[in-house]
Design a protein around this ligand. Structure first.
Ligand code: SF4
Ligand code: SF4
Length: 188
């Protein structure tokens, strides 16, 4: 997460990390984008800020209007909304409005909204921008998280490798159940 944040900040993008390490009693693992073939996040974006390229699903942060639909549509919780303070607000505010810095923060009408879902959190004067994994586009050596992981727990796989792994898992599960994998004519 730290490496992801540092790399994107240096590139002028949102510094919010694109993966979130989560812990349960049994396992510790990062939640991250799977770059889905059908990418529900891209299908719901009203401004086409998310697009499918050859091997990845890319989000253009400069087009995002912060509607959060992609984060709701993602079945893996792989999209986060990060805030950017609206620069130049004081300059474009009407004369009868005090500059943002002098404005009292608005009270949240329902203080527990953010407790219900992080998607309901908001901060006055801060524009929400969707952030998701971009496979560290432009890095010749591939995603930064792979490079820094001390146990090589992260790998970048193509569709063929995923299909082979799924097939091997199914075979192992059937074998463990003692299933008869022979053809019907072979059993008689
Ligand atoms: S953000 Fe979610 S829905 Fe979009 S490609 Fe990644 S995992 Fe799939
Ligand atoms: S939050 Fe941004 S990227 Fe996501 S659906 Fe809305 S406009 Fe598109």
């Amino acid at each position: 997460m730290a490496a992801c944040s540092a790399l994107h900040r240096a590139a002028g993008l949102q510094a919010h990390p694109r993966l979130a390490v989560t812990r349960t009693a049994a396992v510790t693992a990062p939640v991250l984008c799977r770059h889905c073939e059908d990418a529900p996040c891209a299908r719901v974006c009203p401004v086409a800020a998310i697009s499918l390229s050859g091997r990845s699903v890319d989000l253009n942060e400069t087009l995002c209007i912060g509607c959060k639909l992609c984060a709701i549509a993602c079945p893996f919780g792989a999209i986060q909304l990060a805030g950017t303070a609206c620069s130049g607000v004081a300059a474009v505010s009407p004369a009868w409005q005090p500059p943002l810095a002098e404005t009292e923060p608005a009270a949240a009408p329902h203080g527990s909204n953010a407790m219900l879902s992080p998607l309901l959190a908001w901060e006055p004067g801060v524009k929400a921008i969707a952030v998701k994994c971009d496979l560290c586009q432009g890095l010749a050596d591939g995603p930064e998280c792979l490079r820094v992981c001390p146990t090589q727990a992260l790998r970048l796989e193509d569709n063929d490798a995923l299909a082979r792994a799924a097939y091997a898992r199914r075979q192992a599960a059937l074998f463990a159940l003692g299933a008869d994998l022979s053809l019907p004519e072979e059993r008689s």
